[in-house]
Design a protein around this ligand. Structure first.
Ligand code: ADP
Ligand code: ASP
Ligand code: MG
Length: 417
């Protein structure tokens, strides 16, 4: 069981969480619980780091921000004890959860679970702070923002759990963010690949890495609400959204257990990219390599790319997107390599949004992209770039039109509830 920041924000909510955990134990389960810091705490600590030193050491940043989860883990263990349950906390360094040494965005390498399993078998509820781990040279790491989801999936895989229930402040994964589109509908099932695409293009209900780990380790993941009372249906009846494999989904559909499935499963928006245009780049073999080689070397992730039709076979414009947070560094790299690239001018636009539609139905149906382009054109929304994968179409538009575009597409694909 994993509980997010809103679910852990304050004594009353932690008591509610403890009640949910106790019920699972009473239903006959051995339980490990992964918790987030109280909502807002991690942001608060990140600000302290910035104030202390604008160029802070990521290793010390980890020491600071990992502390939020230590607080909630201890509080939940105490609250469970107050209810008469046996419980203890297991900090990242105590298990330990081994990670690489990429501070502030570390990857889990392995987890020692022997002591944990022995304690659980003895009836003790294990409470584990999410987000944190330990390097080989005994320094504390964190897993990147939203990383408690990944801790939970990793623990579930490590102890071979029957299921990993991710409790949050919404009762499942929706067709789009239910806080933005009131007509969003809850989904019964989402495939790993769909969830992976959705998370990576802006549906931050699960951290992207947690989904790829669940897919790789075949962990059964359910997303459900912690804001429930004692009469709510038990987690074992799967009231939330299940993340399933393609094969499982095909079986469910065959048995008529997922009748509401549409061609498009979900829509996501991401305003964290910026657009870069290089004008009059020489139109010759190797030209784009001179642009994207140095950006890759600087660890800047380029997403959408379009190369316009050449002018009189001499030059062309190249447009691409990078994370807005990397825009200044991108400009610096391009400036530095101006002579080798040979472009005339750089222009940039941070006021863009990427809107994506995702669904495995795309594999077998034509016309998904056409529907998207038409719906946007009918309302005069200009498309600045396009990219696709087997199960996703993304377009880049003016960020002022984000909400309108998501709503339009939600209706156009018949997703409105
Ligand atoms: P937690 O603190 O529990 O980890 P998060 O804030 O990380 O919670 O994730 C839950 C939030 O994700 C919801 O409150 C919702 O606004 C947002 N969200 C974005 N896209 C979706 C979606 N497609 N379905 C459900 N929630 C979504
Ligand atoms: N507390 C961390 C964050 O806010 C990790 C998490 O909540 O998943 O990013
Ligand atoms: Mg989260």
């Amino acid at each position: 069981m994993k509980f997010g920041g809103t679910s852990m924000a304050g004594t009353e909510r932690i008591r509610r969480v403890a009640g949910i955990v106790r019920r699972q134990q009473e239903a006959g389960h051995e339980v490990a619980v992964v918790v987030s810091a109280m909502a807002g705490e991690t942001d608060r600590m990140v600000n302290f780091c910035r104030e202390a030193n604008a160029l802070y050491d990521p290793a010390e940043y980890d020491v600071v921000v990992a502390s939020g989860e230590q607080v909630t883990a201890g509080l939940l263990a105490m609250t469970l004890q107050a209810m008469g349950c046996k419980a203890r906390s297991w900090l990242g360094w105590q298990m330990p959860i081994h990670t690489d040494n990429a501070h502030s965005r570390a990857r889990i390498e392995s987890i020692d679970t022997d002591a944990l399993l022995a304690s659980m078998a003895a009836g003790e509820i294990a409470v584990i702070p999410g987000f944190q781990g330990l390097t080989d040279d005994n320094r504390i790491t964190t897993l990147g923002r939203g990383g408690s989801d990944t801790s939970a999936v990793a623990v579930a895989a490590g102890i071979k759990a029957d299921r990993c229930d991710i409790y949050t402040d919404v009762d499942g994964v929706y067709t789009t963010d239910p806080r933005i589109v009131a007509k969003a509908r809850k989904l019964k099932n989402v495939t790993y690949e769909e969830m992976l695409e959705l998370a990576s293009v802006g549906s931050k209900v699960l951290q992207t890495r947690s989904v790829s780990l669940a897919m790789k380790e075949k962990v059964r993941v359910q997303v459900l609400s912690s804001f429930i009372d004692e009469n709510a249906p038990a987690a074992d009846t799967l009231p939330g959204t299940m993340i399933v494999s393609d094969e499982e989904l095909a079986k469910l559909e065959l048995e008529g257990l997922d009748m509401e499935r549409q061609l498009i499963t979900g829509i996501a928006a991401d305003k964290n990219d910026a657009k870069v245009i290089l004008t009059a780049v020489p139109d010759r073999p190797g030209a784009v390599a001179t642009i994207f080689g140095p950006l890759a070397a600087a660890n800047i992730n380029v997403d959408m790319i379009i190369q316009n039709v050449g002018r009189e076979d001499t030059d062309t414009d190249v447009t691409f997107t990078v994370p807005a947070a990397d825009l200044d560094r991108t400009k610096a790299v391009l400036d530095e390599h101006r002579a080798t690239i040979g472009y005339q001018k750089i222009s940039t636009d941070p006021k863009v949004a990427k809107i994506s539609v995702v669904g495995v139905g795309m594999r077998s149906h034509a016309g998904i992209a056409a529907t998207m382009f038409k719906a946007l054109a009918d309302r005069g929304i200009n498309i600045q770039a396009i990219s696709t994968s087997e199960i996703k179409v993304s377009v880049l538009i003016d960020s002022d039109e984000t909400e309108l575009a998501v709503r339009l597409l939600h209706t156009a694909y018949g997703l409105d509830g």
